[in-house]
Every structure is written in structure tokens, then in C-alpha cells.
Design a protein around this ligand. Structure first.
Ligand code: SF4
Ligand code: SF4
Length: 425
């Protein structure tokens, strides 16, 4: 029998009626999109369980941790270093921004032409339906795209504690100095809110935990190179989404166990889809829970997604912090180096991302790339045009799509994806 979390949700100040509705829609969507898939690995049961308890058991764990004096930090971006949060025994959670909520309220305080991801963050706050947002001791924003950095000025009035990281927009030496200074500022902020002094041993442990998690994700990616693909793109995306709020040690162990199973599948020539299924890669804006629309369309047209060039995917996890550093200064420098490599489209120029998409296409043996932009996302929309040209120059077929979180364009998207998959097959 499921536990009753009503008291916990009430204590967090959630709107219980709206929250029930959200959970119902989420549960139905999950059944339709994930549980209907054929040939799922058994190890996905763990991730199904995490999802079924996403507002229950995991929140209870956060509340228990808080009762022990540990801090919960919420973030919207992969630039926020989990290593430093773990170094003070804190917990970093990604804040879901993958569904429309309280849209009328949101439209009163944000321009209509704001991307769905930003609107979603506000909708979950205004609708009082996100227990992660409500349990966070600190919410970290970042000066990335214009939409985000300006909207944080408004968010500051809605949440008790918002901290904004100032991020560089170029990869110059001066920009690296800003990143370095901001990492230090965040380091001290975490010390201040937790009362913990970070020494080299603490930071090293935080780095090790996150590195193990990233290595497990690399292992999963490596297995997806095979034909037949041992796991669907939808399930791989889910794993990438779950890593933002699950306990890192438990997540890593569960993912490694799943990878053991996938290795056996590969050895036996078994897959989630038949051998020879058209292989596509998805590149572009991050897909946060429960944004599963486009992958669901792609995989229902008879293609398999074999990689995600996204912050909820390889862009967010591919780089590791260099090994072998010992002193606190060296460890911090290694962290700065690692985070400075992230090739988000807010950087200008940003050739690394184009190179990465091409390299991934070859590595995963993808027959085409579907570029996904959210409407009104200038950085990714603008970058998608040179990206498409550059891929087409290499004879890599590309489809550029723009969408939002509504369901209205599903058939239109399906028609375009079907035509694309037919062309690359
Ligand atoms: S796309 Fe850019 S702004 Fe968005 S999460 Fe990734 S790094 Fe952060
Ligand atoms: S999707 Fe684009 S516009 Fe929206 S928050 Fe991310 S970078 Fe900014």
C-alpha cells in the first residue's frame, strides 16, 4: 500500500487539490509513455519506482535530511556544481521545468514570449505543486540566457532564498576568471548556509561521488552504440532526468546494475528495438521531467534515439573533473576547468557544441539528427541554423523542430518526424 504523504505536503504548503491533479496527470502520462514500451530491461523497475515516489519517498528523505541539519539546494542549470553541495553534506536537486502549470498566473508576471521551461518554473511555484521547490533551503539561479536572468529578478520576490550565479558568456581567459570567482563565491555560500567548513577531503569526496555518477552515465551511453540498441531513448532520457534528484550513491549503483543487464543483452544480441531500426540523435534544449513529448513521438514512428546532445544528456555529463588533484586550490581549479567546458548555446562563439554534435553522430552511428528548440529560446534556435548547415555539409541529415509543452502540435510534429525517419531509413 502506498504511504500517505498528505501531512508532509500540507506542511510544505502545497495546494493539495492542484497537487493531486498534477500527480494524476503525471501518473497517467508515465503509464502511457513508459510502461507501454516493449522489451524494457528489468533494471528499469528501479527508475519506475523512483518516479512513482517522486513526490513521496524522495521528499520524505529530503525532509529527514533537513531534520538532521543538512541543506537542500534547488537548481535550474547544470552549471551549479553538485560537488560543492555534497562537500557540505548538502543535497542538490534539479527543479522540474518540463510541464505547463498555472499558466494564467504566469502570464501575469512574465512576457508571453518566454520559453516554456522558464514559465514552467514559475508555474510550479505559483501553483504550489512542487515539493522540491518548497523544501529547498536555497534556490540557485544563474545568469545564462536573457529569459532566465531577467526572470530571476521576479522569482526573487516569490521564493524565500534565491542565489544567482553570474556566469560567463564567452570562453576567454577573462571569462574563466569570472567562473573561478563565482565558483569560490558559491563555495563560501554553501559553507555559510550549512555551517560546514569545506576542506580538501570533503571536496574530494563530493567530486568522487559525482564522478562515479557521471561514469555510470557514460557506461550507459557506451552501451547505446550497439545495434540493436539495448535500451530505448525514452528510458535513457528518464535515467538522465532521474539523476537530477535521486540520491547520487543509490542512483549510481542502480544504473551500474542496469548496465550489467544491458551488457548481457548486447552479448545476446537483444535490444529494445529490432536490429537495423533507424537511429537518430536528439540535440538542443534540455528536456526536464515530465517533458517526454518529442522522444515519445520519435520512438513511436519506428526510430530509436541513441543519444542526447542536451543538458539532460551528454552536454551535462560528458566532462569529468580531472583526477589526482589533492589540495583545496587544485581541486577548485579542476572544478572550474570542468564546468567551463560546458558548451551551452549561451556562449558565443560556441564551436565546441557543433563539433560535439558531429562527433556524437559518428560515435553513436546515428543516421540523422533532430534538433529540438523550445519556442522563444533564442540561444538554441539561433544556433540551430549554423548547426544544421554544418551537419548537412557533412551529409548528416537534420530536422529542426520547435515546440513547447502543449499537446496541440503532436500530430504536426509526428508528420514531420515520420517523413524524416522515412528519409534516413
Ligand atoms: S541549456 Fe544552458 S542554461 Fe539551460 S541548463 Fe543547460 S547550461 Fe544551463
Ligand atoms: S530553453 Fe532556452 S530560453 Fe529557455 S531557459 Fe533554456 S536557454 Fe533559456
Amino acid at each position: 500500500m502506498q504511504n500517505d504523504y498528505t501531512q508532509m505536503w500540507t506542511d510544505l504548503g502545497l495546494d493539495l487539490q492542484a497537487h493531486d491533479q498534477l500527480l494524476e496527470v503525471l501518473g497517467q502520462g508515465y503509464e502511457q509513455v513508459f510502461m507501454s514500451q516493449a522489451n524494457r530491461p528489468e533494471g528499469m523497475a528501479y527508475f519506475d519506482f523512483v518516479m512513482s515516489e517522486v513526490h513521496g519517498l524522495r521528499i520524505k528523505e529530503l525532509m529527514d535530511a533537513k531534520a538532521e541539519g543538512r541543506k537542500v539546494v534547488g537548481s535550474f542549470c547544470v552549471f551549479v556544481p553538485e560537488e560543492i553541495v555534497l562537500a557540505v553534506d548538502g543535497i542538490l536537486v534539479g527543479l522540474c521545468t518540463g510541464a505547463d502549470f498555472a499558466t494564467e498566473e504566469v502570464d501575469k508576471i512574465l512576457p508571453r514570449n518566454t520559453c516554456a521551461l522558464i514559465k514552467s518554473a514559475f508555474g510550479f511555484k505559483l501553483g504550489k505543486v512542487c515539493p522540491y521547490l518548497e523544501s529547498a533551503d536555497l534556490i540557485v539561479g544563474e545568469n545564462t540566457c536573457d529569459g532566465k536572468k531577467k526572470s530571476y529578478e521576479t522569482l526573487a520576490g516569490l521564493v524565500p532564498a534565491l542565489y544567482v550565479m553570474d556566469l560567463p558568456q564567452t570562453k576567454s581567459l577573462r571569462a574563466r576568471e569570472l567562473m573561478q570567482a563565482e565558483m569560490k563565491r558559491f563555495f563560501h555560500k554553501m559553507e555559510e548556509i550549512s555551517g560546514v567548513t569545506i576542506d580538501a577531503a570533503r571536496l574530494k569526496k563530493g567530486i568522487q561521488l559525482v564522478t562515479e555518477k557521471r561514469k555510470a552515465l557514460h557506461r550507459l551511453n557506451e552501451l547505446r552504440k550497439n545495434d540493436p540498441a539495448p535500451i530505448s531513448g525514452l528510458d535513457a532520457l528518464l535515467i538522465n532526468q532521474v539523476q537530477f534528484y535521486d540520491d547520487p550513491v543509490r542512483f549510481t549503483a542502480s544504473l551500474n546494475k542496469l548496465c550489467d543487464e544491458l551488457e548481457t543483452r548486447v552479448a545476446e544480441g537483444k535490444g529494445a528495438f529490432a536490429k537495423g531500426t533507424p537511429r537518430v540523435m536528439v540535440s538542443g534544449c534540455p528536456m526536464a521531467v515530465p517533458n517526454w513529448k518529442l522522444p515519445m513521438i520519435i520512438e513511436s514512428t519506428g526510430a530509436v534515439i541513441v543519444g542526447e546532445e542536451s543538458c539532460v544528456g551528454e552536454r551535462g555529463t560528458r566532462n569529468l573533473v580531472s583526477d589526482g588533484e589533492e589540495s583545496l586550490d587544485e581541486l577548485m581549479e579542476a572544478l572550474v576547468d570542468r564546468y567551463f567546458k560546458i558548451d551551452c548555446a549561451i556562449f558565443t562563439p560556441n564551436p565546441e557544441r557543433l563539433d560535439h554534435v558531429k562527433e556524437m553522430t559518428g560515435r553513436y552511428n546515428a543516421q540523422g539528427v533532430i534538433h529540438y528548440s523550445l519556442q522563444f529560446c533564442q540561444p538554441y534556435q539561433t544556433e540551430s541554423i549554423p548547426l544544421e548547415k554544418s551537419l548537412e555539409n557533412e551529409k548528416i541529415k537534420t530536422l529542426r523542430l520547435e515546440t513547447d509543452y502543449s499537446q496541440e502540435d503532436i500530430e504536426q510534429l509526428r508528420t514531420r518526424v515520420e517523413a524524416f525517419v522515412e528519409m534516413i531509413a
